[in-house]
Write a protein of this length. Structure first.
Lengths: 313, 272
């Protein structure tokens, strides 16, 4: 019974590259996942770093061999081969162990490896997931060109496995219970201060704003935050569907400008009381922001932020 | 509407779009591959016929193969919008989790065919002939297929919205970003195609216990990988088109407000 229900739930959820992790304390954290394509950039950067290290080592080693006047010649290319081997197999493991789930490439692109519970990974997980990259690289094409053969990992197995689960886990991640996340830092936007007299005048008459559902206020807040990026025509086009319903319900004049109306609703909800108390000469209390559950996709709603960062429109 | 969309509607970076495309491809794999095959097969057969004179020659070697790959890519990049029109229409239907009506997809495809042939076939074809203009469609109107197929405006109409005006409206002022995205998409597409070709060839070699002959790589693995990549990049292009609409036109805000309007229209609330 459980499985079909679970299946239906998943099917009805819009697809996204984020995942919500619930802690034992019942607190939900949302993580943006890094899929194969975002990780490809980090992998290429790490390859570059490894290549640079080997190149610098080769230069230093050849200088040492020359300086030793043949004393180190018996070593041949063994030190370089050993270094290449160590870097190939342990570069990622060592960095992710001591750098809290990051390699230089991941650090540069803001990626981090964490456990599926959102905890930092340990050394065993770091080393094992990097060792298993060899399996993810399958099938490996071998181009035999005399005198050397070149191995070309195609990473098709890793891509296929990562595509088949919601956390974009490759084989190494599945074996160690890890996932790669993007460390995005989204800044909360303050509420915008509106000083347009037309908006304020209209807001005076909007007594019913308090009865609007929270989701509607959130949608209007999102509109007001973004409307500066659109032209007047587009603003009217976007605002019209909701404004028409509000005009009908509140029996406002049909010619009320949709954009103006949504701005007035916004002003009434966020600023009206403060403006009233300031106008009455009383001490302006710091408005308490309404408490909202963190919505999906980790974006903090504008109304959840005290209006101290207000900008003038 | 807002909550019932196929993907979460928000602004995304290009890497995020590519990753999301994997989810969309997986969840709609059968339908996408089905429409992909329907659209791609005629062009793949045409290309096979066009190149069969050269590829079947006994003296066809690695040098010829390199030239063949260049020409094949050139041809595929011209044919791709026409070949993947069905996939774009399918994704358009799936966007709001509608039940896919394949007959409807076919009808819409036929209805848009004249515009597709004129703009994507003729105009792009002419631009493809010259190295200097080859890149123009990818920068000036990369989402023309989506505009033609999903927005369905007339090609030319005085005084009201038409395809060309709509395309200008959508793509205008984003040229830098569109160029960057195209370069990234090209890089990813080439890597994916190369990896897929190698993977198909290597798997065949493992199964047969011998390296397949050059002709198999040329007429089998490489074209298959190229067209699979094209179909996948169609999903990426569709999601990038949505992303552009979100960034430029506030599409997600529009949907959010429409959803709220519909909800309020359904709900009675106390009017003080």
């Amino acid at each position: 019974m459980g499985f079909p229900f679970f299946r239906v739930t998943i099917e009805n959820m819009p697809l996204d590259t984020s995942i919500r992790v619930l802690t034992p304390e019942n607190i939900a954290f949302e993580y943006r996942l890094a899929g194969p394509f975002q990780r490809l950039g980090a992998y290429l950067l790490d390859l570059l770093v490894r290549g640079l290290v080997i190149f610098l080592f080769c230069c230093t080693y050849s200088l040492l061999v020359t300086a030793s006047r043949g004393g180190l010649q018996f070593l041949g290319i063994a030190p370089i081969t050993i270094l290449a081997f160590l870097l190939d197999w342990f570069y990622g493991g060592v960095f992710e162990t001591f750098w809290n789930g990051q390699t230089p490439g991941k650090w540069a692109l803001g990626l981090r490896v964490v456990t599926v519970e959102g905890q930092p990974i340990n050394g065993l997980q770091a080393v094992l997931r990097n060792l298993l990259r060899a399996a993810d690289a399958m099938p490996v094409a071998v181009a035999i060109t005399f005198p050397v053969s070149i191995s070309l990992p195609t990473f098709m197995l890793g891509l296929l496995v990562a595509s088949c689960n919601r956390r974009f886990q490759r084989l190494g991640d599945l074996a160690t219970g890890t996932m790669v996340i993007c460390e995005t830092r989204e800044t909360a936007q303050g509420t915008l201060r509106i000083e347009d007299p037309q908006v304020i005048q209209l807001a005076e008459n909007l007594m019913a704003v308090a009865t609007l559902p929270r989701s509607t206020i959130r949608a209007i807040a999102a509109y007001v935050q973004r409307r500066g990026f659109f032209g007047p025509g587009r603003c009217r086009e976007i605002a019209s569907p909701l404004a028409e319903v509000l005009i009908r319900r509140w029996e406002l004049p049909p010619e009320t400008d949709p954009d103006l109306l949504l701005l007035a609703v916004y002003y009434r909800h966020f600023w009206y009381e403060e403006a009233q108390s300031a106008g009455a000469g009383t001490e302006s209390p710091v408005p308490t922001p309404p408490q909202h559950a963190v919505p999906a996709h980790g974006r903090i709603p504008a109304e959840a932020v005290p209006p101290v960062l207000g900008k003038h429109l | 509407m807002w909550e019932q969309s196929l993907v979460v509607i928000r602004e995304r970076r290009f890497g995020d779009v590519l990753d999301l495309a994997l989810h969309v491809f997986r969840d709609n794999a059968l339908a996408i591959l089905g429409w992909g095959v329907v659209g791609v097969l005629p062009f793949a057969l045409l290309n096979y016929y066009l190149f069969s004179g050269q590829t079947s020659q006994p003296f066809f070697d690695e040098g010829d193969a390199f030239l063949y790959i260049i020409f094949y890519f050139w041809l595929v990049s011209w044919q791709a919008p026409l070949a993947t029109a069905g996939v774009t229409l399918l994704l358009g239907q799936r966007m709001f989790r509608q039940r896919v009506q394949h007959v409807q997809v076919g009808k819409q495809w036929l209805g848009s065919l004249p515009q597709l042939l004129v703009i994507q076939g003729l105009v792009r074809g002419v631009m493809h002939l010259f190295c200097i203009s080859f890149f123009i469609p990818y920068i000036l109107f990369p989402y023309m297929n989506e505009v033609i197929l999903l927005e369905r405006n007339p090609l030319l109409a005085r005084g009201k919205m038409n395809t060309l005006r709509r395309s200008g409206q959508l793509h205008h002022a984003n040229l830098g970003e569109l160029l960057l995205r195209w370069v990234l998409a090209l890089g990813v597409g080439l890597v994916l195609c190369f990896s897929l070709t190698l993977a198909l060839g290597t798997l065949t070699a493992l199964l047969q216990a011998k390296v397949p002959p050059l002709s198999w790589w040329i007429v089998g693995f490489f074209p298959a990988a190229a067209w699979i990549t094209v179909v996948f990049m169609t999903v990426v292009r569709f999601l990038s088109y949505l992303d552009l609409r979100i960034r430029r036109e506030g599409w997600e805000i529009e949907l959010q407000l429409k959803t709220e309007a519909a909800r309020l229209a359904r709900t009675e609330w106390v009017n003080p």
